[in-house]
Design a protein. Structure first.
Length: 356
């Protein structure tokens, strides 16, 4: 994956500094002293779970028994593993999560519960210009999960020579797999489909409860963007705008046409009007907020003049959880994003959309 694409996925204009700070390998967590993936809290494999065949972009992968050493080579599948009590032996760092490169604040409890049988945190992998094939192989996996990714056939072939590999869904764009589809794929692969279905249902209930508590979201238009090489707007296949639609909101009808991709793209100066929505969510870092509001074209829009824009920053929780957007992060995200979104839509320019 190119550095620019990874920066956009992390929604951080300064991510290159984060990557440099996280580049050191966790030397103490190699396969020689790594415990198998833990599963005590989940109650183990469910009856009839195997054999199981998982379809994906590059065909299908059949597992005949429970994998004992799981590597998550996509950007956020460690959350799905932890949701059903499995600790990967290696996982991929995306960006800093409150000083932890792998486990978000919303996943700490799940990690602690799963570690009752395996006191082990995953070896840290990175995914910048390429997958770390050598480190993945050194983890001695018997399953590789790389669903939230954009790997190509050659990458899949290399991974499959190391261990059975489950790649991104064929039904969605690269980087566009819905959170519940991803979770379901992982739950089936780990032999815990019913437990994962319960977790998915709980996350969907969080969405439904949020919709019920905030009728003001219904029918309102929204956009998610970041100030990268101008204005990069996330498209309908990106999980973040998709969540807005799950909350009852709408996206600009010409969004994908204007950006040139269902995943998203940069807006031309002529299409800045697409940003003049009922509520706008920006992913920014520090000084980048001032760069956004200094943009005369954007500053002239009603969405900004009327205080209907939300700026999420590293460390505020929404920035991280909204980027991960998993079965584990959903409840935390909605509890922290919904009040700010409601404030943006309250019709009062004087109320702040900053975190409480």
């Amino acid at each position: 994956m190119s550095l620019s694409r990874r920066r956009l996925l992390a929604s951080a204009a300064g991510l290159s500094a984060v990557i440099a700070g996280l580049s050191a390998c966790n030397a103490s967590a190699g396969p020689e002293n790594a415990a198998p993936s833990g599963s005590a809290a989940a109650g183990g494999v469910e009856p009839g779970a195997y054999p199981v065949t998982i379809k994906h972009k590059f065909g299908e992968t059949t597992l005949t028994e429970e994998p004992k050493r799981v590597v998550t080579a996509g950007l956020k599948e460690q959350d799905d593993c932890l949701a059903v009590g499995v600790v990967p032996v290696a996982a991929t760092t995306w960006f800093d999560l409150d000083g932890d490169p792998l486990i978000g604040r919303w996943a700490k409890e799940a990690l602690g519960s799963a570690q009752t049988s395996a006191d082990q945190t995953p070896t840290k992998l990175t995914y910048v210009d390429r997958l770390e094939f050598e480190k993945i192989a050194a983890a001695a996996p018997d399953l590789i999960v790389v669903i939230y990714s954009a790997i190509k056939q050659a990458d899949y072939d290399k991974l499959s020579k190391i261990a059975p590999t489950i790649a991104q869904s064929a039904d969605h764009d690269d980087w566009g797999v819905p959170w519940d589809v991803q979770a379901t794929m992982v739950g089936r692969a780990l032999g815990r489909p019913a437990l994962m279905a319960e977790k998915v249902a709980a996350a969907k209930k969080s969405i439904a409860d949020t919709v019920a508590a905030h009728p003001e979201f219904a029918g309102k238009s929204g956009v998610v963007a970041t100030p990268w090489e101008g204005v990069f707007v996330y498209g309908v296949q990106d999980p973040r705008p998709r969540l807005l639609t799950e909350l009852g909101m709408t996206l600009p009808p010409d969004l994908d046409k204007a950006t040139g991709s269902a995943w998203g793209g940069n807006l031309s100066a002529e299409r800045v009007d697409l940003l003049d929505v009922d509520a706008m969510i920006w992913f920014v870092e520090g000084e980048n907020k001032s760069e956004v509001v200094k943009n005369k074209a954007y500053a002239s829009l009603a969405v900004h003049k009327e205080g209907r824009d939300i700026f999420t920053n590293p460390g505020d929780g929404v920035y991280e959880a909204f980027s991960f957007l998993t079965v584990l992060s959903m409840g935390y995200l909605l509890a922290n994003l919904a009040p700010r979104l409601s404030t943006a839509l309250d019709g009062d320019p004087g109320t702040s959309t900053d975190p409480a």
